[in-house]
Design a protein around this ligand. Structure first.
Ligand code: 13P
Length: 254
């Protein structure tokens, strides 16, 4: 069983200037020096800041990731960013299927599957985001939606590919709302996701897959979330932009 904890910081479309991004990165480098053992910090930053952040975190244990990628390798796709570009800048991880991409850019499970394939083909780690929206949650469909997203987004992914896949369960209704899912919900869905891998792949893959929780994670709730069975890390949005809050999150105690 993998007992590594990943604290992933998804800056989304923030901060507004490179200077602020540098200051935030420098603070995070400072705070990362005393984090608990078995913990890794991953900065998932906007494309324009990747090169600079990559330079700043050189010689630290901090990892770098992209927030999305194009579903094609290279070519005439104005504004597109390919996985090979991200890799050449020092990214080891790329998000795919974030709910904001699904909602605002209309990324479907089929498109997300193509992105997952590109990330795997470039030997980077893919953080696949899944989770139900408010209506689906109210209808009690959270596990059903997660299962559909897993099977469609991981279409044609082999057991070997899973070594490069991380799942982030982010209930859409808990993102940016201050409403984080209860311990019971997180435990129930994370157990379900782990079992899904046992059913569709193997016990070994199921034991090894890293499952993160995201949605209104903050310094107060982080320890109890990380204490839940089958939670291997958190994907933090707004709190990751506040130096004091992210310092407390990175130095959680369980
Ligand atoms: P918040 O932490 O702001 O709710 O965002 C969560 C998220 O979307 C991380 O990817």
């Amino acid at each position: 069983m993998n007992n590594e904890i990943i604290i992933s910081c998804n800056w989304k479309m923030n901060p507004s200037t490179l200077e602020e991004a540098i200051e935030l990165t420098q603070n995070i480098i400072q705070y990362s020096k005393h984090i608990p053992k078995n913990t890794k910090v991953l900065l998932i930053v906007p494309f324009p800041f990747i090169y600079c952040v990559s330079t700043l975190i050189k010689n630290t244990n901090i990892l770098l990731g992209g927030q999305d990628c194009h579903s094609e390798f290279l070519g005439p796709y104005t504004s597109g960013v390919s996985v090979s570009m991200l890799k050449s800048l020092g990214c080891s991880h790329v998000l795919a299927g974030h709910s904001e991409r699904r909602q605002l850019w209309k990324d479907t499970n089929e498109i997300i599957n193509k992105k997952v394939r590109k990330i795997l083909d470039n030997e980077l780690y893919c953080i696949l985001c899944i989770g139900e929206n408010k209506t689906e949650y109210e209808k009690g469909q959270n596990k059903e939606i997660c299962a559909k997203q897993l099977s469609e987004c991981l279409y044609q992914c082999s057991e070997n590919d899973l070594k490069h896949i991380i799942i982030a369960y982010e209930p859409v209704w808990a993102i940016g709302t201050g409403l984080n899912a209860t311990t019971e919900i997180i435990e129930d869905v994370h157990n379900y996701i782990r079992n899904w891998f046992k059913e569709h792949y193997s016990e070994t893959s199921s034991n090894n897959i890293c499952i993160q929780y995201g949605g209104s994670v903050n310094p107060i709730n982080v320890s109890s979330i990380l204490n839940i069975e089958n939670v291997n890390g958190v994907l933090v949005g707004s709190a990751s932009l506040d130096s004091e809050k992210i310092s407390k999150i990175m130095n959680y105690s369980i």
